[in-house]
Ligand binder design. Sequence first.
Ligand code: HEC
Length: 163
Amino acid sequence: MSKENSHLRSVIETVGVVVGSFIFAMVVIVAATKSQAPEEASTKVVENTVVEEKVAEADVTPVAEVKVAEASTEKSGDSGTISGEKIAQKNCALCHAAGIMNSPKIGDKDQWTARIAQGKEMLVNNAINGIRTMPAKGGNPSLSDEEVAAAVIWMANESGGNL
Ligand code: HEC
């Protein structure tokens, strides 16, 4: 009886430690996210949700969780101005750098010429709203329309365009 009890106790303690460190990691993420610019509060909610979902799904270590949070908050230039290149590298390159899912590859003029010919407005609209297998805003709803447009312009101009 006492042996069983102590076994049960150690199981409960182990579970407690695991749950405890998970909660601690979440608190760290929330604290790190909250300490940033207050005007982005609504964006943060979305990002927190994304981070939490990723954490729940991926069973990653606390160090990796914090990295996910950092990566998703850093989307504009250091000075606060919109950098199409930075946005594209962070949000679009995961498909468009290598042409994943048949996306037009950044820098591949042949793949972009016909698309660029549709005009800037159409291209930007398609990137904002998504087109066929291209997800709306590249799958990051926290990007503003202006940020998506800047990324489109950068990608197109890297690929033979002059938008
Ligand atoms: C999950 C992969 C993925 C991500 C991430 C992604 N794209 Fe795409 N994108 C695609 C695919 C696939 C296509 C080709 C869709 C088609 O024409 O069938 C595409 C096409 C496009 C086009 C051409 C649309 C047209 O009218 O021909 C633009 C512009 C574009 N993407 C911009 C972006 C921007 C900007 C981002 C980042 C904010 C981004 N994409 C992120 C997969 C992605």
